[in-house]
Write a protein that binds this ligand. Structure first.
Ligand SMILES: [Fe+2]
Ligand SMILES: [Fe+2]
Length: 260
């Protein structure tokens, strides 16, 4: 089973680049399952129903998310109703949506896709380490492969979580920083791991946002309105080959393309 995980899609430039590149990419890599983080897909912050549909149409199977998923309230009903869209599982009980879902391949391989958020420099959510422990037996009953989007800021928290899941998840990939890390590897017990897959968005800004606006924000220390950067678009992710019989990753590779 080949899984492709795509980093945070940033606004229209990110969506357009993805819809241009993904169909070819799926053929070229012979990908079975595509997971993409959509927390920044609508105008850079949050997600809307038409934007989610556009992402699915471009070839993504499961949309994961993160701290920015709550920015546009119109997505809340879709979070509740649609099993191909998830948000971090460690939000308090009562938050809209679900934190994990099961996707099934044509040859009946069941993949649990889980979304969790880190807590360092982010909201004080429930502990993702303790939460995954409570979820694992149910996930194992319902799936052959477990993949986790760990949406977090601190590299240390992400690496610690990767080690914590070694041998218990097939693939742990980080999102949220929008910067791809070069540390993809297979941990000793067979868990594929990368600290951050990066983003899918304009490369000449700051994490996808217009660079002058962000520079001014750092200088003035005052809030200002964000607009997205323009120009070339990066498409970043990671793909992994996972044995459904053992749940172990046996190959992992970074993806970094630029659409000019
Ligand atoms: Fe993001
Ligand atoms: Fe985020």
């Amino acid at each position: 089973m080949r899984v492709l995980a795509i980093g945070d899609i940033v606004g229209k430039p990110g969506r357009q680049a993805l819809s241009k590149v993904l169909p070819e990419l799926k053929k070229e890599l012979m990908v079975d399952l595509v997971v993409a983080n959509g927390e920044n897909a609508a105008g850079g912050f949050g997600l809307t129903i038409p934007v989610a549909q556009e992402i699915w149409t471009s070839g993504v199977d499961i949309i994961t998310s993160g701290n920015h998923i709550w920015k546009k309230r119109e997505i809340y009903p879709l979070l509740d109703g649609e099993k191909h869209l998830i948000r971090p599982a460690n939000y308090p009980p009562g938050a809209p949506g679900r934190g994990w879902t099961i996707w099934q391949s044509n040859d009946n391989i069941r993949v649990a896709v889980v979304n969790l958020a880190g807590r360092t420099f982010l909201e004080t959510l429930d502990c993702p380490f303790r939460l995954i422990d409570t979820l694992l037996s149910e996930l194992r009953q319902q799936s052959d492969i477990i993949i986790i989007d760990f949406h977090a800021e601190a590299t240390s928290e992400k690496i610690a979580f990767g080690w914590y899941m070694d041998g218990r998840a097939s693939l742990v990939f980080g999102t949220h920083t929008h910067v791809q890390t070069a540390d993809e590897r297979i941990l000793p017990q067979g868990t594929g791991y990368i600290t951050d897959v990066g983003m899918t968005g304009p490369r000449d800004g700051v994490l996808g946002v217009d660079r002058d606006i962000i520079i001014q924000r750092f200088i003035s220390q005052l809030p200002n309105r964000f607009t997205l950067a323009t120009g070339d678009v990066d498409i970043m992710g990671v793909w992994a080959d996972i044995d459904p019989l053992t749940g172990r990753t046996f190959h992992i590779e970074r993806l970094y393309r630029t659409l000019t």
